[in-house]
Design a binder for this molecule. Structure first.
Ligand code: MN
Length: 270
């Protein structure tokens, strides 16, 4: 019934607009993504499209392809659908840090009723991303899992089912970079303003603090290299031997990773 008003206003013999059909849930392609988020701690935000929003879980250690490795996933607030394509720098405030679009694609519930599954605390699903594929389950633990900090019913586990896409490959190590830009955290920060945290980093101590220190330094270097090569002739190699340099072009080596999806695949995922 949702398209009744839309249809009432149009004569489809006269407009090229689609009459449209209300799609049933089964078989519909739903968006999913994982955003790698370096904030006060490094974590991976796992998001599933459902009823027009992104259901979200923060997974501190990131997804594991090994069915024996259950990963704590803290349920967090729903996010808008648009958020699923976001990658960039949050300079301050809630979630201050760097967000990388680490994986994206579509997901399919393996159950008839997603709301009932969520209520029950047992959602079986299939992922079709660039990095994460096959069958998975999200199971609510009721806060009994050690490591859940005051979790109550926010505490879930993300577990890979055994199939062709499971294995002991550490996917977060093997494919650490963005599926959107192919960049790492420092590349994303270098697109922005690396100086933003010179005096006041989102995390000062621990692993995250150390990561920030390195990333800020590398990003600043990347940015100054880029500025130098774009503006300063002094950055060009200088020599009196013009024959030697005349035909030589400055080349930049673009880093590649095995995770890098083909352009065509990217388009198809949109
Ligand atoms: Mn987050």
């Amino acid at each position: 019934m949702a398209l009744e008003e839309y249809r009432k206003k149009r004569d489809f013999k006269k407009t090229p607009e689609p009459a449209g059909v209300v799609k049933t849930r089964s078989g519909r392609e739903l968006f999913f993504c994982v955003q790698k988020h370096l904030a006060s701690h490094l974590h991976y935000d796992f998001r599933l499209e459902h009823n027009g929003v992104l259901l979200s879980w923060a997974v501190p250690k990131g997804p594991s392809l090994d069915p024996k490795t259950k990963r704590l996933a803290m349920k967090v607030e729903d996010h808008p659908l648009d958020y699923g394509e976001f990658e960039g720098v949050i300079p301050e405030g809630y979630g201050a840090g760097i967000v990388m679009l680490w994986d994206r694609g579509t997901w399919t519930p393996e159950v008839e009723d997603v709301d009932a599954a969520l209520k029950k605390g047992d959602l079986k699903l299939t992922l079709n991303g660039f990095k994460l594929k096959g069958s998975w389950v999200l199971v609510r633990t009721g806060g009994r899992y050690p490591g859940a900090r005051g979790g109550g019913d926010r505490s879930w586990l993300l577990i890979k089912h055994r199939d062709d896409w499971s294995g002991d490959l550490d996917i977060t190590e093997f494919a650490p970079r963005s599926v959107k830009s192919d960049g790492d955290f420092e590349d994303i920060l270098a697109q922005d303003t690396p100086a933003v945290w010179m005096s006041n980093r989102p995390a000062k101590g621990g692993d995250a603090g150390a990561m920030f220190a390195k990333i800020i330094e590398r990003a600043a270097q990347l940015q100054s290299d880029r500025t130098a090569s774009a503006t300063s002739p002094a950055a060009q190699p200088t020599t009196t031997d013009t024959n030697d340099t005349k035909n030589r072009k400055r080349t930049t080596v673009r880093r590649r990773t095995t995770e890098s999806p083909k352009k065509a695949q990217r388009k198809r995922a949109k």
